[in-house]
Design a protein around this ligand. Structure first.
Ligand SMILES: [Zn+2]
Length: 492
């Protein structure tokens, strides 16, 4: 029988926070063990960040801006790994932890017989429209905030007082971490997927799971905090998240909270790992494991002040945001192999299809890693990452069209081109892994030229190969939605 495929994507999971890539804290014991019999890609790089610039490559092997900057998501009729497998006779199911960008609105349901995005039937974040005590408090705060900041130094004092006031209210209400969590946790997603697996029958299947546990706000399951660090952190989770989210907090104060916030983020990863363990056990129990390709990766990383920021802004393509874990188990991918070459997620879908011995559609831009192996170029292989720096809410079509931010990265160097400021910065990642000191403009000229040439070819290629039919279909879909749909939320 044909092999099945499980693809797990974890939101915000950085490569350097998983054990099998060297993280010292025990975040991924299940994956670490699995890595011993898997192909591990130690240098997997997303094609764009955050979520809405990353997933076109994962699902459709396409660079995110290739259909035009105004097109976000999968175009109608655009072939994806799900549609290819569906046409090949696979049962296809997706269970996604309420990320509004991975919804039918952006075309991600294409090719799935079962698509549960946990967003409900209404527009995303409908709760944001409800008038609650908290939202009234926010409105009042915004009014007072403006008034106080117009008075100069009083503004800072007011920020502090208001923050303390909110903390007092929150601690009085005694909210549990479960009630503060914004997305369904991995166990909830897996429970639904398990029911689907029980009913899938004898056909081969493609199961896609997307977990949001490491996404902010960082409210992990309390039991996982006990496994990792005792429950003392749970008591401070609300305060830590509130501090971390403050617009007005200076770098020194944020740094003082960083370890606490990272511990909460790591606990989210550990919970995902435990649920992956549950899934593997289930597949083994049902004799599905040995006939299954199993892949785990992330859509982007997360920043914890490494370059002065938090979360995952499209305005940066730094390593903590673009370098993600990737492991594959089963079929060609079994056997404790490590690929250290840069691996673009544009190549992920063709690689997975190759593992299943199914040809990739002609319009997939990437190539299977096994088809590339004969023509490796050492450090010459450079991958592309791109975003629109100003697009923080692609629900608003006007925000989508801004200057491009583009990075070209090989195993040693990274060139970052900022089209807004017409600046380019070259980093030597071997000597400067934290990416803090751009090389002087006069340094490494041949390298700079080579990477610039790669960037130029990428842009020319994406303009020439633009599928006008898909582009127009996607524009029409957006126009239709604009006519009757309210603007959504700002989550990535
Ligand atoms: Zn994301």
């Amino acid at each position: 029988m044909a092999q099945s495929l499980v693809l797990i994507t974890v939101d915000c999971l950085r490569a350097d926070h998983v054990g099998f890539l060297g993280y010292p804290r025990k975040t991924t014991p299940v994956l670490d063990e699995l890595a011993g019999s898997s192909t591990v890609f130690s240098n997997a790089i997303v094609a764009g960040a955050p979520t809405y610039y990353s997933f076109p490559a994962i699902m459709a092997s396409r660079h995110p801006l290739a259909l035009g900057r105004d097109v976000v998501g999968i175009a109608p009729e655009e072939p994806t790994i799900a549609s290819v497998l569906s046409q090949s006779g696979y049962a296809t199911g997706a269970f996604l932890a309420a990320n509004p960008y991975l919804s039918p609105r952006f075309g991600y349901d294409a090719g799935f017989d079962t698509f549960n995005d946990f967003l409900g039937n209404g527009p995303p974040r409908a709760d944001a429209l409800k008038v609650t005590a908290a939202s009234l408090r926010n409105r009042m705060n915004s009014y007072l905030d403006k008034a106080c900041h117009s008075l100069g130094p009083v503004g800072g004092v007011y920020d502090e007082l208001y923050f303390q006031y909110c903390q007092a209210i929150a601690s009085r209400s005694g909210q549990s971490l479960d009630s503060l969590r914004r997305f369904p946790s991995a166990d909830v997603i897996l429970d639904e997927a398990s029911v689907w697996l029980d009913n899938v029958g004898a056909q081969p299947f493609f199961l896609w799971l997307h977990f949001m546990d490491p996404h902010s706000p960082y409210y992990p399951k309390e039991e996982v905090l006990q496994w990792m660090a005792g429950d003392s952190i749970a008591a401070h989770a609300l305060r830590a998240n509130s501090y971390w989210n403050r617009e007005d907090a200076g770098a020194r104060r944020l740094h003082s909270r960083r370890d606490e916030v990272v511990a909460l983020y790591d606990a989210g990863i550990r919970w995902v790992d435990s649920q992956i363990g549950r899934l593997v056990d289930k597949l083994r129990l049902h004799q599905l494991w040995d006939n299954c390709i199993f892949a785990v990766t992330a859509d982007h990383g997360e920043e914890f002040l490494e370059h002065g920021g938090r979360y995952h802004s499209p305005a940066k393509l730094t390593e903590e945001l673009i370098h993600v874990p990737l492991l594959m188990h089963g079929g060609k991918a079994s056997g404790a192999e490590v690929h250290n070459e840069p691996f673009s997620q544009v190549d992920l879908a063709p690689t997975l299809l190759d593992a299943l011995n199914i040809p990739a559609p002609a319009n997939f831009r990437g190539t299977s890693v096994w088809a590339q192996s004969g023509k490796r170029e050492g450090s010459g292989k450079a991958v592309i990452v791109e975003s629109i720096a100003t697009c923080k809410n692609p629900f608003d079509p006007q925000r989508r069209v801004g200057p491009r931010l583009l990075a070209v990265r090989d195993s040693k160097y990274k060139l970052v081109l900022d089209f807004a400021s017409s600046q380019d910065k070259l980093f030597n990642l071997k000597n400067d892994p934290d990416e803090l000191h751009a090389l002087p403009a006069s340094a490494e000229k041949p390298v700079r030229r080579r990477l610039l040439e790669r960037a130029r070819n990428h842009i020319a290629e994406s303009i020439h190969s633009r599928e006008m039919g898909q582009r127009l279909d996607a524009q029409l879909r957006d126009l239709r939605r604009e006519c009757g749909d309210p603007v959504g939320s700002v989550v990535a």
